[in-house]
Design a protein around this ligand. Structure first.
Ligand code: SAH
Length: 211
């Protein structure tokens, strides 16, 4: 038994009570040790349903937000997923634990380095690179799913272009202080979208994001 096993179980039950119903997502979040991805100063709060500060002035998203976005992506084994905003690496680890093939882009090199270290320790097959994720990662496109974990002023065109037919993109869009999560499904080159209120993210900074 690990030190945080009970807290992690309780976190999953809280997510369930808040409306997360996809068992694949809940199972993955019951497995991934969030306390490995938070700054050690905040380790005792690792399983509270709150966002926490990480290096480079960024945050690890709240567990509910991770669960909500992952569920919205409808992840399946072997699905090819592009994540923009690796941050701590927690969201990518949840997707990889589900069995997705994950590609993740982060603009802060120091975060890429620390996330890569944890992925290696946990033997998670996630490819990470430093760069501006608003232009996507053309080399491995198209993706069955794209998840953006920072708030954008609009839908970045390059990401829609790198989405496979039938694929889904989950992205917060709005002002710098307030965003909605937009879920888009690509059908015959048209994006059909649904929006969900009440989320808050750090800004997506780049060519097709904030300047
Ligand atoms: N998925 C992360 C959340 C980190 S917060 C986690 O689970 O911890 C969002 C991250 O997006 C930050 O680390 C920020 O540096 C990064 N980011 C912002 N704009 C970006 C861009 N254009 N390309 C890549 N990463 C970006």
């Amino acid at each position: 038994m690990g030190r945080f096993d009970i807290e992690r179980k309780e976190m999953v039950e809280l997510l369930r009570s808040r409306g997360i119903s996809n068992e694949t997502v809940l199972e993955a979040m019951a497995k991934v040790e969030r306390h490995r991805f938070v700054n050690q100063t905040f380790i005792d709060n690792a399983y509270k349903d709150i966002a926490l500060p990480i290096n480079s002035d960024q945050t690890i998203s709240q567990p509910y937000t991770v669960a909500f976005m992952t569920q919205a992506l409808e992840p399946k084994k072997e699905m090819k997923v592009l994540e923009i905003g690796t941050g701590s690496g927690y969201q990518a680890a949840v997707l990889a634990t589900i069995g997705c093939r994950v590609y993740s882009v982060e603009r802060h090199l120091s975060l890429v380095t620390s996330a890569r270290k944890i992925f290696d320790q946990l033997k998670l097959r996630i490819l990470v690179k430093a760069g501006d994720g608003t232009i996507g990662w053309g080399e491995f496109a198209p993706y069955d799913g794209i998840i953006v974990t920072a708030g954008s002023p609009s839908m970045p065109e390059p990401l829609v272009n790198q989405l496979a037919e039938g694929g889904r993109i989950v992205i917060p869009i709005g002002t710098k202080s307030n965003q909605q999560i937009v879920v888009g499904k690509k059908n015959k080159d048209t994006l059909h979208t649904t929006v969900y209120d009440g989320f808050k993210f750090v800004p997506l900074i780049g060519k097709s994001g904030w300047n």
